[in-house]
Design a protein around this ligand. Sequence first.
Ligand code: UTP
Length: 286
Amino acid sequence: MQQVRKAIFPVGGLGTRFLPATKALPKEMLTVVDKPLIQYAVEEAADAGIEEFIFVTGRNKSAIEDHFDHSVELEATLAAKGKTQALDMVQQMMRNPGSVIYVRQQEPAGLGHAVWCARHLAQSEPVAVLLADDLILGTGCLGEMISAYNGGNMVAVMDVPQNETASYGIVTPGADDGRIVEVNGLVEKPSPKDAPSNIAVVGRYIIEPGVFTHLDRQEQGAGGEIQLTDSLARQIGEVPFSGLRFSGERFDCGSKIGFLQANIAFALQRDELGQHLKSWLTERVK
Ligand code: UTP
């Protein structure tokens, strides 16, 4: 079985739920405490052993490219002022030269379309897809997936309350050992009464090359967008398909409430902020 060496980061969306913040600023550059969402995703991928980082960007997304490049002036200033900790931090963020690739999605036609835009870079290997707005606190989700990966397609899944199924891709489950569930079907955003289960897909995927053949058809799905889950669903029966219940805690940073919760949860874990924030919050909600 081939190793998972490449990851696609689709960052071409418009982020309309965060307007006006996202009018000129990419949603993926919104910070949780002091780090942009996209950096959490890139670090998770690097920790999982990913060697090639493929960003599918769009208009107004150049801040992401700048973020992962040297800032010569900043580094010179930090060095001159002896701010070695800050200097180390910005230098350690850099990936190996040539390992970061940008491809442009000319129109935000959906997640499936964004992934399809990277088809020539993915070539004939399994590739990871990470959505930066699904932020995971705790053990790296992609690392857990890669350890459990046995070929075919794999998605990260979590059990959600039945009344929330309309916000997710929902799995029709087969064999389920409590951690790994066989995926026999996928329905995008079903109403609670039509949902085949309460097992929801979150933004981590390992996709095998055959997915691109289905994405080539450019068929629109829910919301008039080209959905990645539709192409994965079409491969059921052709290749193995599993869901992994990851052990971390997921925050939906594409929504305001999830983003606020993530900021609080991540800050509470920080040595220099946690206690202070906890006392303040306790007073505040009295
Ligand atoms: P979302 O479904 O959250 O869409 O995308 P969005 O446009 O970013 O945000 P809203 O709903 O308008 O607020 C999930 C991920 O897929 C990427 C987004 O950048 C985000 O990381 N995406 C989405 C693309 O790269 N291209 C697309 O056409 C759509």
